[in-house]
Design a protein around this ligand. Structure first.
Ligand SMILES: [Zn+2]
Ligand SMILES: [Zn+2]
Length: 215
């Protein structure tokens, strides 16, 4: 097959479709001609051919849906098992507030001023990460809809800017606004009106994440 040629597959699980079928025999997902799509895994960052696999070849976590397509299957029932290594990255190695807080606190613990600045930052970073993991692991799943996608020029790493994906989601208390940041430029292809799955923390519906997460 030519590299640019798509194949008729299930959008959810990528199983090749039976001729003439409108839904997937394996999972019931929508079937269509899937063009080649490279998406970064929201759990570990690895690039994957999303039209060929629904889960990451590196960490086995579910990959983001194809931009412009259907939302994936409903998130699994809570408590959800997250890919190995992900909680530790969220809590420690990718936690900017916790890293900066620890950097101010540990080497300067003999002073008073730096820990005074560092510890609250550290605690803030830890709580924020814990709430994010809580939404993913134990959160209620609900339908959401993207309202806008734009580049966030207030942030940059190596002259790259993240994409800010804004969405609204339903909760028993009403429709709430949410957003996530994504560095993978593939998300620029998402469109307002696209449906997504959102998980929100049981104790605080304002604490939310996309399911599966984006990178
Ligand atoms: Zn399927
Ligand atoms: Zn992964």
């Amino acid at each position: 097959m030519l590299p640019n040629e798509g194949a008729v597959r299930c959008e959810w699980c990528t199983t090749p479709a039976v001729a003439g079928a409108t839904s997937c025999a394996a999972c019931g997902g929508p079937v269509r001609l899937l063009e080649p799509w490279v998406l970064e895994c929201g759990w570990c960052g690895r690039s994957n051919r999303r039209d060929e696999t629904p889960s990451c070849l590196g960490c086995a976590g579910p990959l983001p849906t194809i931009p412009g397509g259907h939302p994936g299957p409903r998130p699994p029932e809570a408590p959800r098992e997250l890919p190995p290594g992900y909680p530790l990255r969220v809590l420690f190695t990718k936690n900017v507030f916790a890293i900066v807080g620890a950097a101010f606190t540990i080497p300067f613990c003999w002073t008073l001023v730096f820990p005074l600045a560092g510890i609250p930052l550290w605690v803030h970073g830890h709580r924020r990460a814990r709430r994010w993991l809580d939404a993913l692991e134990r959160g209620f799943a609900t339908g959401g809809e993207i309202v806008s996608i734009r580049q966030d020029r207030t942030q940059s790493i190596n002259r790259r800017h993240p994409w800010r994906i804004e969405f609204e989601y339903e909760t028993p208390g009403g429709r709430l606004k949410g957003h996530v940041e994504a560095w993978d430029p593939a998300h620029a292809q998402r469109v307002p009106g696209e449906h997504v799955w959102v998980v929100y923390a049981p104790g605080d519906p304002a604490v939310h994440a996309l399911w599966p997460p984006v990178h």
